[in-house]
Design a protein around this ligand. Structure first.
Ligand code: GLN
Length: 280
């Protein structure tokens, strides 16, 4: 089979299962397998595919056809300025979360050497994007899932950031190491009973551990705020990603733990997604 017919074959299976962007997804998967870019596919549409490559392509197309996100099939996702390795243990980095990176870069424009803690570091996309832009910042990432730390480590080494990064497997409530100039977190904040109503791809394939915020969605946020108030330096900044309906409750929790609220920022969908506060 040649490239053109393989792409059509993939596209047809995906569109029959109502997968959006079926043509694009078919191209992405094939280019991943033969390790060429999409331009190559267009310019070489008559080139014959190796049988073994077609069989792998067929498998990936079938997994995509049941809704498995493309990022978990290619094992990567572009976020901020770099490509990140992801696995089924990490959330797929969201464009909305780039807001957090943008805010932190603005806040730290005039800072020289600071220590940043990322609670629930996952793939490392937030912390590593910042370290990559600020060559004299240091980062610490914690996560309860060792597999996420392994992925963070791989991403750090691909970006040459290993020497400025420390990773610890820890629960947020048990972590007591160091004092930080800035703390960032994108904790699980979805209400338990709402998990099943998330987009099908998210609900079925993304890690519950990274999404489930308990009955009121604030279980982990509460812990992160409480612990951050101990781990942060006076006047340190705390940047937290939150759910679309959690702004007021989270602001109250922050105030109780001695944080001054600087701002609440909206994401691309115009929902409040990020609270910036200062420890006083
Ligand atoms: N923003 C994610 C979603 O919409 C949730 C991330 C989280 O719980 N931290 O699925």
């Amino acid at each position: 089979m040649n490239i053109c017919s393989a792409l059509k074959y993939g596209e047809k299976i995906l569109s029959n299962k109502l997968i959006p962007n079926s043509h694009l997804d078919s191209e992405i998967l094939l280019s991943k397998i033969i390790n060429k870019d999409r331009k190559y596919l267009l310019l070489n549409s008559e080139t014959k595919l190796k049988k073994s490559d077609f069989l792998i392509f067929d498998q990936l197309i079938k997994r995509r056809s049941i809704g498995k996100p493309i990022a978990y099939l290619t094992n990567n996702k572009f976020f901020w300025n770099s490509e990140f390795i992801v696995s089924k243990d990490t959330l797929i980095p969201r464009p909305d979360t780039e807001l957090i990176v943008e805010v932190i870069l603005k806040l730290t424009k005039s800072k020289n050497k600071i220590n940043i803690l990322d609670v629930g570091v996952g793939s490392g996309c937030i912390l590593l994007s910042i370290l990559n832009e600020r060559k004299n910042f240091y980062g610490t990432g914690i996560d309860i899932n060792q597999k996420c730390l392994n992925i963070s480590k791989i991403n750090a080494s691909r970006l040459n950031l290993v020497s400025r990064l420390k990773l610890y497997k820890s629960n947020v409530d048990k972590f007591n190491l160091g004092k930080y100039d800035l703390i960032v977190s994108n904790p699980p904040y979805i209400k338990k009973f709402k998990l099943k109503y998330l987009d099908k791809d998210v609900a079925k394939f993304e890690p519950k551990l990274a999404l489930d915020g308990g009955i009121d969605g604030l279980n982990e946020i509460r812990k992160v705020i409480k612990k951050s108030s101990e781990l942060i330096k006076k006047n340190g900044k705390f940047v937290l990603e939150i759910g679309f309906d959690q702004k007021n409750k989270v602001i109250n929790l922050l105030k109780k733990e001695g944080f001054y609220i600087n701002s609440a920022l909206k994401d691309l969908g115009k929902n409040y997604r990020c609270i910036v506060s200062t420890k006083i």
